[in-house]
Write a protein that binds this ligand. Sequence first.
Ligand code: AMP
Length: 288
Amino acid sequence: MQTASTLDVLRTALAALRKGGATVGLVPTMGALHEGHLTLVRRAREVCDHVVASIFVNPTQFGEGEDLDSYPRQLAEDAAMLEAEGVALLWAPGVEAMYPEGFATSISVKGVSEGLCGAARPGHFDGVATVVAKLFNQVMPDRAFFGEKDYQQLAVIRTMARDLDLTRPHADAIIGVPTVREADGLAMSSRNRYLSPEQRAAAATLPAAMRETVAGIEAGEPVAPALAALEKRLEAAGFDRPDYVALADAASLAPLDALGTAPARLLVAARIGGTRLIDNMAVSPRPA
Ligand code: AMP
């Protein structure tokens, strides 16, 4: 596996990989890799000739007072994990390579980025959309792979790709990969390592209570009381008052106050200790 930290090196390495028309899949990450990230890599390997992974802790998607400085950084360990998974090229630029002096552009995706995490973290999705657009243009992948763990992020990136008529990758070549979970159901996250053993044990309440809420709503329980009960359960388990507990249309992420005949999604963001956890699950629609 080659590692590139400048655009010149990246471009030369990509040209070599693409010889003979080979296809390239991109897996963008912020590093501190776990099985969730590696599952994206494996999916990419199944459907592309070569996999390029990127590691960049993007400062513009962190808000004031968030964990940019303390975000785990372990490039050598991550590189070894990617190499073992058969990644051909690691793109690991420094901040000055991504945002040189005079950088002035921002991509803002309206609508789908405004509620949920967009409301709780102002500017977050502008930072995400801008850095992902840059990664797409730098690597020009045939396909790109993102986790459903960050469900709203996936929707924002798909919307951006569609609205801007991107071709590498095309909006249809943005592949969503189901959330990879720990044995007790907690969604894997680089931020789980911030949890104390007590907080880690309590955190498993999040997916367990969400699963029950999904089952209740699918069985016809009214949505507002079901969401209120979920919020109460999380607080009883030691979570702070959640940023949001929401049922939304699975495609537009518009809030729903009743389950309809289109696929829906249950989405939650809540802090335990100082750590912000997010999770989401599919909710099957009522039969049409
Ligand atoms: P991050 O490094 O947190 O920015 O995540 C990089 C990519 O990995 C994003 O597309 C995430 O959605 C995805 N990802 C993170 N955690 C998981 C998980 N538990 N299961 C599946 N994908 C994940």
